[in-house]
Design a protein around this ligand. Sequence first.
Ligand code: NAP
Length: 485
Amino acid sequence: MTKTAEKIQNFIDGQFVDPVGGKYLDNIEPATGKPYSQVADSDTREVDLAVAAAEKAFAGWSQTSAADRSRILLRIADLIERDLEKLARAESIDTGKPLSLARTLDIPRAASNFRFFATAILHTESEAHITDNVAFNYTLRQPRGIAGLISPWNLPLYLLSWKIAPAIAVGNTAIAKPSELTAMTAFLLCGLCREAGLPNGVLNVVHGTGPNVGAPITAHPKIGTISFTGGTVTGRKVAEACAPLFKKVSLELGGKNPNIIFADADLDAAIAGSVRSSFANQGQVCLCGSRIFVERSAYADFVNRFLDQASKLKGGDPLDDKTEQGAIVGKTQLDKVKFYVDLAQKEGGKIALGGKAPEPINDRCREGYFFKPTVITGLPVSCRTNREEIFGPVVTITPFDNEEEVIGYANDTEYGLASSVWTQNLTRAHRVAEKIHTGTVWVNCWLVRDLRVPFGGMKQSGVGREGGEEALRFFTEPKNICIAK
Ligand code: NAP
């Protein structure tokens, strides 16, 4: 382990604490390939301590009024906004994403998550059912206890706050485990929660690896609710661990999202939207459209203009304000991207753009994990490159001849997270959207998020839905109380 300035400690029972065994892992900055801090390498012992703290805190927190909980969550949102620049910089260093993206998307959305659920709990309704002249039923929704919240590295604060906010808003206590690759913003959030007056033990954050911390959380008998976002392979392990204990589980998993462009689309908008949906955060957004299908009559024009725009994306040091393409999160992920680019060529694909690392940007970033935006054409729809999630700046473009064919292409994968359809024909837009097997279909847009709508995947992209009412329901237990008339 290298000696670095900052230590990312666990946050248990309102205190920042070292892991019991005293071990830390190097936290690598993707842009430099060098350690810049250390993250607690915790295990079952810290999970047990966090469970004890969360259990103790639940008694009081679950009885707090919605108005009081709302006030604290709103204060957390305010503090995130106050520290926006500091958090955005931390997120950029931690993940390799451009600072401008962290500043305009990730961190503001983390504040919105707290604000949304802080106010949502002030406006909930409860169902009542009258059973003729016999009885009156009403549904009491109560917090479930301790929630285990496990999140990935690509949008660390945004995705974790999307779980923490609804879980604690409705009166649960929580144990969160961010990816150990990108733990800094969760660590900073803990300080803000303390400053906002969140009672000790309501939120506990245990840092460490998936096997050492994530697995003990999913297996712990006192953690009855698990909200997991990550890859499909890990999701399967989480499901296996939770099933025998009958836990309530939400799984937000991987994707291989289609982006369909009909010849009648506004091509300027479709190209700009597709460049964004292909390469935002270096393609490391679960919702990125990694398979582009273009109607044959518009194919050549689309490809030429798409390549032109994608080639102009400004790669650079993530901390440079002008950078549009930063670094890949780590060496393992970079190797995965390279593997698929090689595979695509073996499968008959042609690299139309990118396909390799850029020249070193500056001295600071000489050893960083960079890869150029990459476009591959000429691949069959059913090849591995077109079916498996790469999760990097790699996109394929394929022509199609008619609506039925492209719906078949779009659905020809085990995943079903999101899709986008570009057309000016509204009837077709509705028809195609209905037939695509994804949890979200965007029409003439991408990544427009309304926190009230159900969010999640179909098929192997997940089980359950997050967002708005769905999240409030997920984190509560509905109890029917039946009173005889
Ligand atoms: P991952 O490897 O599945 O890890 C996700 C989280 O699970 C990390 O905190 C990880 O810890 C932890 N983990 C690993 N093994 C575990 C186990 N056995 N039990 C419990 N937790 C365990 O995913 P990732 O590489 O971080 O993230 C990329 C994936 O997330 C992509 O597939 C992407 O599509 C998906 N994603 C989905 C959504 C969505 O909303 N559907 C959103 C964002 C990302 P470690 O980091 O220590 O391994």
